[in-house]
Design a protein around this ligand. Structure first.
Ligand SMILES: [Zn+2]
Length: 240
């Protein structure tokens, strides 16, 4: 077997592995509650035929073409040129995987449903509607993305209004930051929704043990924004 053939066979094995295992969970200790939480990690490599070569969804004419390879870390890389089609969202996913693999993942979602966030590049304000982890947990690379609605804060009253006709945007964690204090928000908005992560009891769940974990983990640094920003192609989802 030549090196090229061997590489092709490895690629096929990995691809089938990801298709078969689908999305896997990742565990960590939540720094706010001290509890172990589990969230599923959504991979875009899905079983199927036709359409986009990763997710197999129908193409809309904006797709690119290229050849998918897996590197030594088992992460997908796209070599542009002749090859099968890949949709915009999968292309962005591959780029984010590459970015987080190089720069260290911001694995813990920093924002929750109802949080107001600032998009660093544009100074636009968004409300987080939903969050999910994306990536490949078996390769140890994952990152939070948020489904957001763009909003505006009315000066004076602090009232929040939807902007952009209520369009929804999917934005990765590294693009967002907490809303700075200079934005005046009406106080009713400061009420947070409950913590939605599902807790997993791995240690028997006595109150003493949980406090021990809590004390330990609260000294951990909070996730930081990356030093430089990646070049991203951000698609928008949904519509009016
Ligand atoms: Zn796709």
């Amino acid at each position: 077997m030549t090196v090229e053939n061997k590489h092709r066979a490895d690629n096929k094995t990995l691809r089938e592995f990801y298709e078969a295992t689908g999305s896997k969970g990742v565990l960590w200790i939540d720094h706010r509650t001290g509890r172990i939480v589990e969230l599923p990690v959504e991979s875009r490599i899905r079983r199927g035929e036709g359409g986009c070569q990763l997710c197999h969804q129908d193409l809309d004419g904006t797709e690119k073409h290229g050849r998918l390879q897996f590197d030594e870390r088992r992460l997908p890389r796209l070599i542009f040129g002749p090859g099968e089609a890949i949709c915009d969202e999968c292309l962005e996913w591959v780029r984010l995987l590459d970015y987080h693999a190089e720069n260290g993942s911001v694995a813990t979602p920093r924002f929750e449903e109802g949080d107001l966030v600032l998009r660093a590049a544009t100074e636009e304000i968004y409300e987080v509607l939903d969050s999910k982890l994306s990536g490949i947990s078996t390769a140890g690379v994952w990152f939070p993305t948020y489904t957001c609605q763009r909003i505006e804060i009315r000066p004076g009253t602090g009232k929040i209004l939807p902007a952009c006709m209520g369009l929804l945007f999917e934005i990765p964690d590294c693009e967002l930051q907490p809303l700075p204090p200079r934005y005046a928000i009406s106080t009713s908005r400061l009420h947070k929704l409950g913590h939605r992560h599902r807790s997993v009891d791995l240690v028997g769940g006595t109150p003493d043990r949980q406090q021990a974990v809590t004390a330990d983990i609260r000294t951990n640094p909070t996730p930081m924004l990356p030093d430089h920003r990646p070049v991203l192609l951000l698609g928008k989802r949904g519509g009016p």
